[in-house]
Design a protein around this ligand. Sequence first.
Ligand code: GYE
Length: 301
Amino acid sequence: ACGGGSTDTGSSDDGGDLIRVGFSQLGAESGWRTANTESVKASLSEENGFDLTFVDAQQKQENQIKALRDFIAQDVDVIAFSPVIETGWDEVLQEIKDSGIPVVLVDRTVDTTVEDPFVTWIGADFKQEGTTAGEWVAENAPDAKIFELQGTLGSGAQVDREEGFGEVVGDQIIGKASGNFTRAEGKTAVEAALQAYPEMTMIFTHNDDMGLGAIEAIEAAGKVPGEDIQIVSIDGVRDGLQALVDKKFNYVVECNPVFGDQLAELITQVADGADVPKETIVIDAAFDQTITQADVDARLY
Ligand code: GYE
């Protein structure tokens, strides 16, 4: 193996009845992603009837495209992937289509000219997540001056969360920048934003990890996160909900990454050539500071 990305494969030729799946995960950028990867690997296990080739693209589209081409060469039964951004897939999706291998799209979405590029998609309603966050702000902080910490630019999660939020409270936004869904880049973006927008009273972050980076930047600047600068976030990973209990986050819209079992079921049906719904929306909740430590401790991820 070469060219970036780590591969781990349990494949062998004696896997007679196993469903051979190539899964291109976009990276390991966040707590959400780690939980999602664990869930996918646990569900697509050999015990459950799968021969999984899992490749982590380290947030690079070129690594994903290479992995997808490898899956075609291996002639797997089903290709599953979480696209890092929405565009740039036309060529490889056409190649997959020509190979006849069915595609299951996971988590993020694609924007492509290829017709019927995938059999089915499973993921969350990102736009609704942004809307839910916006509605909390409209109700609880209608005067807040908001800096928006965007996820990876051009990703479905960034585009749709921004749209949903902006439709509700767009006129309160004073600035935006991307933190690429990571804690480190979220921190850097907020350090710069604290200089550029001293009037800021709230950060809307597209994921918890960037929000946790924001906390570090805010505290380093001598301000109090959750008070001087409120934080509204998306995901609901354990560290994010802990920040809510600690009153450093103010509101968190959940995005549930634990859908490996549903994915396994879909892949099985697709491999059998059975009819499947075009999309499966994973159900999300939302939490405010009334959440308890016991709720956080009971969390699976
Ligand atoms: O919110 C973020 C991750 O695509 C839903 O990607 C996913 C997002 C998730 O990096 O933490």
